[in-house]
Design a binder for this molecule. Structure first.
Ligand code: FAD
Ligand code: FES
Length: 499
């Protein structure tokens, strides 16, 4: 994301300093170049400076303005029904390692908060996964008994603090919550204090694995190792864009009268509902959908507010925000050596909306890989894995041909709206001659016109009314109404168009 200027700033962005460091000026080198200053990049950098490496971190925006600045920030090893899924798709051994990696991440966050004196409202809380759907009761009970058998702090209970009955719940003790941006700003301070260098407002445009070079809009960086912590790798690196699905979801921070739940909650029902307290607020989240689906995204905020009012005495809605995260086809993050690249290029992506722990585990795995230590979790997260009989080249070319059809079909048949139809605040893809133009009319009536072809692989973008952005349905790139890239895999802005 890399912007503090999203239309709907989160509670975390709204209550912290900007987090700007100087931009890169000229060329630099270091043992390790980390691209991306969210929780993944900053944890990796923090652990590497502690291990004695020289580190440079860059970010396209300020510190922690990507997904980490727009999360709900539960720090937990209980991720829906993940242990059942892992045991079914792989085996219990892998599920056990996944649990250990996430439990270790909670402990590592606690250690860093303490070691670096970070004031980030870090609090130990239980996390509870619940269902109100009788059809899901057995699945939740099974998750609880499996997790307990794997040595995790799990118990089953249908008694919760929630203001409605649940059919079943699995509860993990001694999990945590924090203010994610205050935490990341603290990590950044610890990195520079230990000699690491951070450059913000510096966008990587190309990463050359064989040369170990990162070409940015402000100079080049060379490192013995390069860590790509840009949420999803940029451009076509490792073909992760073709193997991960991006989903957006929504959150509101409300003030309520009466009691708020102390513990953290998430349902496995549809639609998902997520709850946690934060300072004076109660955060209510959910409403996931695939990025770039054309619909009125404002409805998701309305649905969350209606649900909150149904169950709590809502006094005010103070913040609302949305963000996205990627999931791998097999549900397991990719952490380690980047597929299709020389040794020395590393990746961490596809956290499936659980990146507070998984981004921290990633930092631990990557620190160990780069410094030559063994790490027991590497086999679970292996970032070079692809389905049998697939090749990276095959994955990319299949994906590109799907896109060509998608783009061709849409230009041929749809988008008949004209610019004159647009009301202030509205955007639409309109046809001008043979071009597809992303047209937005701002509140002053001025129309901004950009090419509607995503600069990643040329898919047609759709307008997202709630965030006033152009979102790509193919791999989740997003652009501002002036065409500036907000988040990747794209790294170039939408091209200007004449109307
Ligand atoms: C609504 C929502 C709620 C969530 N709630 C939880 C939760 O409760 N608990 C949990 O564990 N997880 C949660 N998650 C998931 C979690 O927020 C993410 O998995 C995590 O923040 C990802 O961190 P990251 O560092 O990998 O990515 P980011 O935080 O996005 O950081 C990537 C950084 O890379 C930068 N960047 C991108 N491209 C470039 C480039 N070309 N050059 C330079 N820099 C670049 C960006 O500006 C950004 O700062 C949630 C996600 C969503 C969407
Ligand atoms: S994000 Fe890949 S084509 Fe748009």
């Amino acid at each position: 994301m890399g912007s503090l200027h999203e239309r709907n700033p989160s509670l975390w962005v709204g209550t912290t300093e900007p987090g700007d460091y100087p931009p890169l000026a000229g060329d630099e080198r270091a043992d390790v170049v980390v691209v991306g200053a969210g929780i993944t990049g900053l944890t990796t950098a923090r652990l590497l400076v502690e291990a004695g490496a020289s580190v440079v971190v860059i970010d396209a925006g300020p510190i922690c303005a990507g997904a980490t600045g727009y999360t709900t920030a539960k720090v937990t090893s209980l991720h829906g029904l993940t242990y059942t899924e892992l045991a079914n798709h792989f085996d219990e051994g892998r599920a056990r390692l996944y649990g250990e990696a996430n439990e270790a991440a909670i402990a590592e966050v606690a250690r860093l908060v303490d070691a670096d004196g970070i004031e980030c409202e870090f609090q130990r809380r239980a996390h509870v996964v619940y269902t109100t759907d009788p059809a899901m009761g057995d699945s939740v009970a099974q998750e609880s008994s499996l997790a307990a058998s794997l040595g995790l702090p799990a118990s089953a209970s249908a008694a919760t603090e929630l203001p409605f009955d649940v059919v079943g719940a699995v509860r993990f003790e001694n999990q945590a919550q924090f203010h994610p941006r205050a935490y990341c700003l603290g990590l950044a301070r610890a990195i520079t204090k230990a000699g690491g260098r951070i450059f913000t407002h510096t966008r990587a445009r190309q990463i050359d694995g064989s040369e170990r070079t990162v070409v940015t809009d402000r100079g080049s960086l060379r490192g013995s190792s390069i860590v790509v912590a840009t949420h999803l790798p940029i451009n076509q690196m490792g073909a992760y864009f073709a193997r991960c699905e991006p989903k957006r979801s929504y959150a509101i921070a409300v003030r309520v009268g009466g009691d708020r739940p102390e513990d953290m909650y998430i349902s496995v029902d549809s639609p998902t509902r997520s709850l946690r307290a934060a300072s004076d607020h109660l955060i209510v989240g959910g409403e996931g959908h695939k990025v770039g689906e054309p619909h009125d995204t404002n409805e998701h905020y309305v649905n969350l507010e209606n649900w909150a009012r149904e169950h709590f005495d809502v006094k005010s809605v103070d913040y609302r925000w949305s963000a996205q995260d990627w999931s791998a086809v097999d549900g397991v993050p990719y952490i380690g050596r980047m597929a299709g690249n020389d040794d020395g290029v590393y990746v961490a992506t596809a956290f499936k909306k659980w990146g507070m722990t998984l981004g921290t585990s990633a930092g631990m795995v990557l620190r160990d890989l780069i410094t030559g230590r063994d790490n027991p979790w590497l086999e679970v997260f292996d970032a070079t894995r692809i389905a049998p009989k697939q090749s990276l080249k095959g994955v990319i070319s299949e994906n590109v041909s799907v896109l060509k059809h998608f783009v061709g079909d849409r230009i041929g048949t749809g988008n008949r709206q004209t610019v004159d139809d647009l009301q202030p605040g509205e955007g639409a893809v309109v046809r001008v001659g043979t071009s597809a133009v992303a047209a937005f009319r701002d509140d002053d009536g001025t129309v901004h016109a950009r090419s509607a072809l995503c600069t990643h692989l040329g898919c047609l973008v759709n307008f997202n009314p709630a965030e006033r952005s152009w979102d790509c349905p193919c791999h989740g790139s997003r652009f501002a109404t002036d065409g500036a890239v907000i988040e990747g895999p794209a790294v170039e802005d939408l091209a200007p168009e004449e109307l």
